[in-house]
Design a protein around this ligand. Sequence first.
Ligand code: PLP
Length: 228
Amino acid sequence: MITIAERLNFAYARIAKAEKKYHRNSQSVALLAVSKKKPTNLILEAYQNGQRAFGESYVQEAVDKINELKHLDIQWHFIGPIQSNKTALIAQHFAWVQSVSRAKIATRLSHQRDAALGKLNVLIQVNIDEEQSKSGCSLSDVNELARHIAQQDNLTLRGLMAIPQKRESSDQQSHSFARLNACFQELKAQYTSVDTLSIGMSNDAEIAIAQGSTMVRIGTDIFGAREN
Ligand SMILES: *Cc1c(COP(=O)(O)O)cnc(C)c1O
């Protein structure tokens, strides 16, 4: 049986190899271990192998796990769709929220964040391929939403996140990522706090790293397939 530690080390090696291949600086791409629907003993195994950043998509499930693992130095990222009635729980339990796509949600997160916890790090989720079924704002809305987030007392704007449409060709995938990267570079030029482009998952990490990703989000390759 292949262990979580071995799978994690494989993911780190995969990132390092792509950094080199695409002339990115060494260690410029972070790994977010996506642990949604996976039990805390697997998170602990990854933690014991040095992994600190974990991603969750379902609020109540995540809050239970965060409380159980409170004694550990984990950086929790919320990456799922956000309903208004869940913003308080998210604001109080996470260090990062990667899926903000509306001003109203950003305002609520800021108001509900306890200042003593430090600012909540926020990524704007962009619906890069304009798919009906997916959350995220369109590229043309990014500037206005960024301005709003930057004005909130308890939020820090860190960058952009996207989940692209599954494509037939890696050229098309690459094109979507490149458009997002262009928007990210403009944002970075305007806000000194912006440093994170969260793109790339188990099946497209290399293409994302080639197009400027600074954080890949990997679940299945580390924790195995999820039962739905
Ligand atoms: C589930 C999820 C991932 C991880 O996907 P895998 O295919 O399991 O690697 C990454 N990002 C988001 C937003 C997710 O919901």
